[in-house]
Design a protein around this ligand. Structure first.
Ligand code: PHE
Length: 443
């Protein structure tokens, strides 16, 4: 079967960065950072990126490009008959689960983009009630969720170069531009220094086992690693694409965006004196209130600021959702020899059904819980704190211990290969293992 390819190196990096930069950076990072004490969380998070998640990213690149296959197929090519293929199946499972609940939040974002552009956000006087009424409605969020999944579907069905690469090349620069404009606004708000201090001055008394597990979960989630997303993308990389510099580029862009999102949100939040610790509602309840209060007498600015912010969130969500979709689409397309369009349709329909379940867990199905969590929280927990770290552990262990050494060295093609082998074989698996077991036992 003819496989697609990214047409250029920059396209490959932008698509991978598009996968990494998403709601995880702009919605999940500030939320986690706000609830886990600010600067101390950020420090642990950065360590997790450097020592654990980035090695997993490079290992995924190696697996993907060496095998030129989807995440399940890659183990069949590289380690036929061995049980590593389980890691591929876990990736496909995680892909379905993440995309389902991710699309729910992306659907909310679509609604807020719409509301902010039509002026609806400016006239509201109680954002908490507005948000709660919206997410608990049985149909409105489902409509937006469906529209968002449809957009994702269209890009993925269009193929690697014409769909994913082209979309990332247009959207990523727009996204970076909007971030810098918003940061400029935010850092100039009165009392912004308070927010900057929250992000830069660590208070280690706030660090618990839970904070460390959350930081690791966030590191994996934000870099899209541990479930074969980037292995799938790397299977479309050309031979000349250098894996280590590409990974460094993706991690740098992702980290800059996450920290910048913090610098957009916290100065604004502190500037109007609301709590930084308001959970998932931070960008949907607290922020619109902040926009309104900060620019109350300059409605044009409120309109521009909130409009730009939700467009930013939407673009980021779309470049990530297409990568989650691609994991399962590539698997079904290549394994069952269906056309890309048919494979994509199956993925879209399954995710829509699962997404509806997640969405209803904020309203009429609120009372249904598993281990004390509704479906939405359960999907987030299972993927970010369980499947992704477990997948990351398996991926690193495979590349560090079992994959053909010559092949790994060939793919890495760098003088840092011995250092990376140390990270793959020892540092990342042991680090992930300790945090993982420790964090889960303490539950
Ligand atoms: N990294 C994406 C984000 O930060 C989320 C994601 C997770 C994308 C897993 C693909 C796979 O929003």
């Amino acid at each position: 079967m003819e496989r697609g390819n990214f047409g250029s190196k920059i396209g490959a990096v932008l698509a991978s960065a598009g996968s990494a930069v998403g709601l995880g950076n702009i919605w999940r990072f500030p939320t986690e950072c706000g609830s886990n004490g600010g600067a101390a969380f950020i420090l642990i998070y950065l360590l997790c990126i450097l020592l654990l998640a980035m090695p997993v990213m490079i290992a995924e690149f190696v697996i993907g490009r060496a095998s030129r296959s989807n995440t399940v197929g890659s183990y069949r090519v590289l380690a036929p008959g061995k049980p590593w293929v389980v890691s591929g199946f876990l990736g496909v499972l995680a892909g379905f689960l993440v995309l389902s609940y991710y699309s729910v939040v992306a659907g909310w974002t679509l609604d807020y983009t719409f509301e902010s552009l039509t002026g609806g956000l400016m006239t509201s006087d109680n954002f908490g009630t507005m948000f709660n009424d919206f997410v608990s409605s049985p149909w409105r969020p489902v409509i937006f969720l469906s529209v968002f999944l449809l957009l994702t579907h269209i890009v993925v069905a269009a193929g690697i170069e014409k769909g994913i690469e082209r979309c990332s090349k247009i959207m990523m620069p727009m996204l970076l531009l909007i971030i810098f404009i918003l940061m400029g606004f935010s850092l100039n708000m009165p009392n912004a220094a308070e927010g900057i201090r929250f992000m830069l001055k660590p208070d280690f008394s706030k660090v618990t086992k839970d904070v460390v597990l959350s930081a690791m979960g966030q590191a994996f989630f934000t870099l899209s690693v541990g479930m074969g997303t980037l292995a799938t993308y790397a299977s479309y990389f050309k031979k000349e694409t250098k894996l280590i510099p590409s990974a460094l580029g993706v991690c740098t862009i992702d980290t800059i965006v996450a920290i910048s999102a913090g610098f957009i949100i916290f100065p604004a939040v502190f500037s109007v004196g609301v709590s930084a610790n308001s959970g998932p509602g931070l960008v949907f309840i607290t922020l619109p209130y902040v926009f309104q209060k900060a620019f109350g007498d300059l409605p044009v600015l409120e309109y521009i600021f909130s409009g730009l912010f939700y467009i930013l969130l939407l673009l980021a969500a779309l470049t990530s959702s297409i990568s989650m979709h691609e994991i399962s689409t590539a698997y079904i397309h290549e394994t069952f020899k269906l056309t890309r369009q048919k494979a994509a349709t199956i993925v879209t329909i399954v995710c829509l059904l699962l997404g509806i379940v997640c969405s209803l867990s904020f309203g009429i199905w609120k009372h249904i819980t598993v281990a004390g969590m509704g479906f939405f929280d359960l999907f987030d927990f299972i993927t970010a704190k369980f499947l992704m770290p477990l997948g990351g552990l398996l991926i690193c262990t495979f590349v560090g211990w079992d994959m053909n050494k010559k092949m790994v060295a060939n793919e890495l093609n760098s003088r840092f290969t011995p250092l990376l082998m140390l990270l793959f074989s020892w540092v990342a698996p042991i680090g992930i293992g300790i945090i993982f077991v420790y964090g889960l036992i303490s539950k």
